[in-house]
Design a protein around this ligand. Structure first.
Ligand code: NDP
Length: 281
């Protein structure tokens, strides 16, 4: 058996088209501001891609690039100004921040209704309580992929490997909200292979190249690989041993071209939702 590929590029393109069509019906352009501090090279690429995608979808999008020496107080003042700006619907502070700035302080300073990254503790709490709120983009994108792949969620045994606040935890909450039976594995899990073999839906968000071995994948499972790891050769690989996993899974996301493209599409979706919640449809 060779697994069906879940084409994140195609699903993300469909979602972006639908968002652009919806934006065109509004009497205003949803406003997104991405704040970048310093010169982290990977962040530069992410921020440019976010800006470009937002503009293509008809958003009023701009990046504020602040110098590395920006103090926490100065950054908080920028966030406060964006919170108060009626033309701004979504604020995203690109991580990582320079070491002298406390990321938690900045994340908590973003107005929860403009927190399109979904990292504010209030939005995390809403998600954990099953209340509506803004949801982190990467796990939200995974839910889109599972649905696009026709995966049956209620009652399914889902395993999330990783428990970060950005991916693993919100992922587990979203699967729970979709009525899966959810297990969360992490670095202290005793027998990860056995946990994986039980999973009908396996989401890997670890950040270790091909750590989830192909023979850990249950026959017929749906595998979502969130990991993005660059090998010394320059090749990008996920957290799952892809080719071996393809021989056992029913459906699987490739890396690249799986979860990655969904993250930006879901950022646009969150910004559109935030705009409609504030300004109406
Ligand atoms: P973190 O480093 O914050 O979290 C990694 C998690 O993996 C931790 O919970 C850790 O456990 C767990 N872990 C580490 N080693 C093991 C192990 N040997 N066995 C089981 N669990 C382990 O990473 P992120 O959640 O931020 O990101 C995970 C991956 O997803 C990365 O490759 C990242 O690049 C990618 N990513 C991709 C995105 C996309 O758009 N596609 C967006 C965001 C991230 P513990 O808590 O015990 O330390």
């Amino acid at each position: 058996m060779t697994a069906r590929l879940i084409d994140g590029k195609a699903v993300a393109a469909d979602l972006r088209r639908a968002i652009a069509a919806r934006v065109a019906t509004l009497g205003y352009r949803p406003g997104l501001r991405v704040v970048r501090v310093g010169e982290d090279p990977a962040s530069g690429v992410y921020v440019r891609n976010k800006d470009k995608a937002a503009q293509e979808a008809g958003f009023d999008s701009a990046t504020l690039h602040l110098p590395e020496a920006t103090t926490e107080a100065e950054l908080l003042a920028v966030v406060a100004r964006l919170n108060a700006d009626p033309a701004v619907d979504g604020i995203l502070v690109q991580l990582p921040l320079p070491r002298h700035i406390r990321a938690e302080a900045v994340i908590s300073a973003v107005a929860p209704e403009k927190d399109v990254d979904g990292f504010h503790p209030l939005n995390a709490g809403r998600l954990a309580s099953g209340e509506p709120g803004l949801v982190p983009c990467t796990p939200k994108g995974v839910m889109h992929l599972l649905r696009a792949a026709g995966c049956s969620l209620p009652g399914a045994r889902a395993l999330v490997v990783g428990r970060s606040t950005i991916v693993g935890r919100p992922m587990a909450q979203l699967l729970l909200a979709a009525d899966c039976t959810v297990t969360i594995a992490h670095s202290r899990t005793r027998d990860l292979a056995a946990e994986c073999r039980r999973a009908e839906i396996l989401v890997a968000a670890v950040g270790r190249p091909e750590m989830v071995r192909g023979d850990w994948v249950a026959e017929g499972a749906t595998v979502i690989d969130v990991g993005i790891n660059r090998l010394e050769s320059g090749r990008l690989v996920g957290d799952v041993e892809f080719e071996a996993a393809c021989r056992r899974a029913e459906a699987i996301t490739p890396v690249p071209g799986g979860v990655g493209p969904m993250t930006i599409a879901c950022l646009l979706e969150n910004t559109l939702d935030a705009a409609i919640a504030r300004r109406g449809a």
